[in-house]
Design a protein around this ligand. Structure first.
Ligand SMILES: Nc1nc2c(ncn2[C@@H]2O[C@H](COP(=O)(O)OP(=O)(O)O)[C@@H](O)[C@H]2O)c(=O)[nH]1
Ligand SMILES: [Mg+2]
Length: 294
């Protein structure tokens, strides 16, 4: 049974707000990937509001959804700044994250989205030179989508790939670079060092470009995703999160922790392996779905 079903059953079962109601709700939120302290705090705020406003039991899911939406908005969760690219201005976007979260897939999805929805001319940069398969994977996406891919040899310098992508853009080949990275995290300093090099290339070769770093997180990894986000947030301060594999998890409470603990907004939700399986994150509908509002 999925989390949305569980919370719906919970609300239906509690036709009157009993003694245990808020304790049970706390446990349920933890099951849905909330942190313990946060789950407790959320249940307490709801308890306060119920005391004051005395909602009917049918209104409770909506009250919870409203509270959760407020939390998300505090974290700055909202629209993708990259979607609003000013005409003629180059954008360089890096996708970061640990192995297997869906960076390469998301790079292809975003390239298709920016081209088809925003009329941009994307270039994919295979800056994950660490795995040979990653380069081929991106090339295959590029061929299928008819989008140019800049790639070097396996083991090459990721910053040099970004350099070439910028040169290709400047020569008229595109206006929106999406760079797939290796996101190795064996040490934080190695990650930071690799990114500093890319930063320098962007600063020197694409001064004035919009430079955006998105962290890709896998929704099925639950609280582990928050731990990854904390490390990346401290090391490189990404602008937002792309949450993948939302189709494979019924939970997703980690989104609220990203907002409240790290002020890190989710900008896209990915719901499958196809190119179209990506949508802008909408705090309102996300909170309602999570709270089981019918
Ligand atoms: N179900 C599902 N699978 C996904 C999603 N995004 C990526 N994947 C799959 O996750 C696996 C790893 O993706 P990949 O892009 O190679 O991850 P990377 O190592 O971060 O580049 C692949 O099998 C993808 O097809 C998603 O939103 N939903
Ligand atoms: Mg990859």
């Amino acid at each position: 049974m999925g989390f949305a079903d569980k919370i719906k059953i919970f609300f239906k079962r509690n036709a009157a707000i009993s003694e245990d109601f808020f304790e049970e709700l706390t446990d349920l939120l933890v099951e849905g990937d909330f942190g313990a302290a946060e789950a407790y705090r959320t249940a307490e705020i709801l308890r306060e509001r119920c005391k004051k406003n005395r909602p009917s039991p049918e209104e409770l899911p909506l009250k919870l959804a409203e509270l959760l939406e407020e939390e998300l908005k505090k974290g700055g969760t909202g629209t993708d700044p990259a979607g609003l690219s000013p005409e003629g201005k180059l954008t360089v976007m890096l996708l970061l994250g640990v192995n297997g979260v869906g960076k390469t897939t998301s790079a292809a999805k975003l390239a298709a989205l920016y081209r088809d929805t925003y009329g941009q001319k994307p270039i994919l940069a295979a800056a994950d030179t660490f795995r040979a398969a990653a380069i081929d994977q991106l090339k295959i996406h590029g061929e299928r989508l008819g989008i140019r891919v800049i790639a070097h040899q396996h083991g090459g310098d990721p910053a040099a790939v970004v350099y070439d992508a910028i040169e290709a853009a400047r020569a008229g080949g595109g206006d929106f670079i999406i760079a797939d990275t290796a996101g190795r995290m064996h040490t934080k300093s190695a990650l930071v060092e690799e990114l500093r090099k890319i930063d320098r290339v962007v600063e020197s070769r694409a001064a004035g470009a919009r430079y955006i770093k998105y962290l890709v997180l896998d929704a099925t990894t639950g609280r582990n995703a928050l731990a990854q986000a904390a490390i990346f947030n401290e090391a490189v301060s990404p602008e937002g999160v792309i949450l993948t594999k939302y189709d494979s998890t019924a939970r997703g409470g980690v989104v609220f922790s990203l907002a409240s603990e790290l002020s890190l907004p989710v900008v896209y939700l990915c719901t499958g392996e196809k190119y179209g399986d990506i949508r802008p994150f909408d705090p309102h509908s996300y909170a309602r779905e999570f709270a089981g509002v019918e």
